[in-house]
Ligand binder design. Sequence first.
Ligand code: ATP
Length: 202
Amino acid sequence: MRFTRLRLTGFKSFVDPTDLVIADGLTGVVGPNGCGKSNLLEALRWVMGENRPTAMRGGGMEDVIFAGTATRGAKNFAEVSLAIDNGQRLAPAGFNDSDTLDIVRRITRDAGSAFKVNAKDVRARDVQMLFADASTGAQSPALVRQGQISELINAKPKARRRILEDAAGIAGLYQRRHEAELKLKGAETNLERVSDTIEQLA
Ligand code: ATP
């Protein structure tokens, strides 16, 4: 799976639709301070399912919507779309039936955000798992924030282990285990109720 294009509309400082082609090899983004370089990285993290406003340098998730300037009014929505080359069919099961994956996240003021993969509605969790299974995602160590290196140096061993697990592509397994444990707990509670009812009837 290879990222091939990032498109932003109304996302932070990118008020007009902006397409960035991600070519083979190394891509550099250069520009003066405050031109929006970090916003691009945040757009990538956001479309992969980031839900922590602090990771987006905001107070709330709607802060990613273009807030307006002296000359332009604020926008009512923000949208980021990420195209992925899946020609080698390396996407996780369930997403593997086309050569290109187009992942879109859109947030509308007072209406929250929604995801689509190849124009089909999906849950945030589906997108997060898609990237976790491919050893990447919003919290992947491949995306390095400013100040993150010193955070890593000072991190506790547990936090460092999580980085290794992310790199090994097993982060999604933890989420699945957690969900399986919740289901098991639900099933145990149901069984207890059934035995109580049987006892009462006996
Ligand atoms: P530096 O090199 O200093 O780190 P940068 O190129 O990474 O800068 P960013 O931090 O990505 O720049 O962009 C900051 C700009 O984005 C600021 O001008 C800020 O006003 C603008 N910005 C951030 N959020 C919004 C928003 N919701 N609406 C409009 N503009 C925004």
